[in-house]
Design a protein around this ligand. Sequence first.
Ligand code: GCV
Length: 720
Amino acid sequence: MLAAAFLSVLAVMSWMPAAHAEDGHELWLRYRQIETVQANAYRADASQLIAGQGTPTQVAARDELLRGLGGLLGATLPASDSVTRDGAIVMGTAASSPLIARLGLDLDDVGAEGYLIRSVAIDGHRTTVIAAREDIGALYGAFHFLRLVQTGQSLAKLDVRESPRLKLRVLNHWDNLDGHVERGYAGASIWDWHKLPDYLDPRYTEYARANASLGINGSVLNNVNSNALSLTPMYLQKAAALAGVFRPYGIRVFLSARFSAPIEIGGLKTADPLDPEVRRWWRAKADEIYRIIPDFGGLLVKANSEGQPGPQDYGRTHAEGANLLADALAPHGGTVMWRAFVYSDEEPDDRAKQAYTEFVPLDGKFRDNVLVQVKNGAIDFQPREPFHPLFGAMPKTPLMMEFQITKEYLGFATHLVYLGPLYEETLRADTYARGKGSTVTKVIDGSLDGDVPGRSGLTGMAGVANIGADRNWSGSHFDQANWYAYGRLAWNPDLSSRAIAEEWVRMTFSNDERFVAPVVGMMMDSREAVVDYMTPLGLHHLMGRGHHYGPMPWDAGGPRADWTPVYYHRADKNGIGFDRSATGSNADAQYAPPLAEQFGDVERVPEQFLLWFHHVPWDHRMRSGRPLWDELVHRYTHGVDEVKKMRATWDGLSAYVDAGRHAQVSAFLAIQQDEAQWWRDASIAYWQSLNGLPLPQGQAPPAHTLGYYQSLSFPHAPGN
Ligand code: GCV
């Protein structure tokens, strides 16, 4: 909670005229000097630092506090060995700090990564203690302490106790060895594989710092559509160099593994998971990896999905495939993250059903060191999807959440869409798997089924990174907020997306209330806006083929029906929507009974999922009283209007932001407005070509003919 008194001071005092143009490279760790009166107040609570420097992690924590407080307070914090004045900060573990050992703090239940921040008296002086069981906890505590200062909170009477709710909090980079980032909109990969391991770009350390500031503790370096070469000695040495940079920051390196690697780089004739030679090969490969990277985290696998090789090529199951790798990694403590993003090459069924159909029968068959990694929804990172029905349906198997941070389906880098509300909506969704209150969060943090006999205690969350070589890391200033929100929710999935947005705005831009409130408001409304202008009322996957840029609801044909929008909307002159009720694909039956009933009933389904679960006539009566067609048009227009509002809001905030960042956000919002209009107009023109209905009164017609929208093509759209 923000201290009210402090904030009122901030409201008046912290505004500083927009200074030099910034390029966003420093992310939320800008540490710009705060206003003098406030800085003086903080200096009384941050007057000296007593912290060890016996290990690289201790050095990182101490350097961060010195850098952060030095920047924020505009003064070098004296370092010392003992508390000699009020406002001392003592940081460390019982092992690294005799002062902390002396205090006898109750650190037993904070775990290896947790920490306490407490106001105490030491030798008669007011002191803040940042204490942990392990060095990494102290580093996380240092970042937390800095966040308090960055967001203008009081440092008096601190009593913070934090530990992460999930064990693995990882970024998945879809980075190829040639530097291209699949679904990347922030330039090339930050991994310069060619110059590794000899040249360590300073960016690698900056990356590690930024992630550690959020508690992210793992990085899968390469694309899940993987190249077996990443497991060859040459690339393992390169990965080891990155692991060395990340280690002080508590980040372990993982790799995506290609299932057919035994053939491609091992010279075997098969990759059959039950073949003894193949088993030997993977065991030897794991031994080799751990010789090179002793704290290697493990392997992420996309198998039998979108053309990737996998155990089904040999008539084996996903569990048999995952267990092959799990057995190889187990002696070293490594983890397998086996993805459930699968759909059959033969398209026998509704694509939304296939992961559930394939994985539920395997519940309980995975080794203890396997996590099944499940996307938030059953199709593919759409602007809105119901939560994936696998959550709650595999009680004997730890499931790991996979969110997408990069905005493949949400306007790439130029649309301002804050994903916190999307993540929060999924995490808080009630699966009803063990009765009311069985939220997705409880599924992934293990609290719902953690006591199922034989189940391992692994937990985790993965985020598909939006990081690239652009100066601002994420392709746009506001996309940094999605990296930030992902990391904060991976640490604590119960945090509110609004509170996270507020923290981020204060750290990234300004503490001035006149800026914070409108910008947080914009961010919170932005996700609903994109749903409205792209895919309202449960529509989904209507984006351009392959690159997923722009609207293409008319697209049909090609190699497989379930890659085309017409497969998903099924619109004709009579109606629109995918019937997933009992009269259709019956996908709703994959949810627990109360939800299945609700989703399956066209009168009770939440309207935001109407066309996800039902095919309805164009004149279907909506709760607003409007017929569906009118409601759809209304939603499209509303989405565009929301973007116009965001633009107007941002335009009025130039006094609070440096000119560089303000100008780029303005330019991107203008692009977003044009593209939102394009989505609205192209969609309406196409639906009208099917239903022949007039526009509701007062709604503007599309700016162009349907033929115009259909003629557009984007062969070089990024990320493909
Ligand atoms: C890495 C979608 C994306 C692909 C991605 C795939 C996946 O299909 O368009 O680029 O491949 O999801 O998550 O494996």
